[in-house]
Write a protein that binds this ligand. Structure first.
Ligand SMILES: [Zn+2]
Length: 81
């Protein structure tokens, strides 16, 4: 079975999360995105690929705009709304 995860809604519906890592070597802040909140703002059909989300990200600790994403495994306790 193929699961396509190219939208925020698809990530949410499949229980996945997205981690974001700041690429400033002096910061390296890491957070898990609140995908339901992001989908409420951008729409569930908004792309979930790096090119779709990276331009919108700014590190809240240092202001860095260069980030890296990690796809997080499905977790039933992750909020879906
Ligand atoms: Zn940072």
């Amino acid at each position: 079975m193929t699961v396509i995860l190219n939208t925020l809604g698809a990530l949410i519906d499949n229980g996945h999360g997205l981690g974001v890592h700041c690429l400033n070597p002096d910061c390296r802040r890491h957070v898990e995105l609140d995908l339901p909140a992001l989908a409420a703002k951008l729409g569930r059909d908004h792309g979930s690929m790096h090119r779709d989300l990276a331009p919108l990200m700014v590190c809240t600790a240092c202001g860095q705009k260069r980030v890296q994403f990690t796809l997080l495994a499905p977790n039933p306790s992750r909020p879906r709304r």
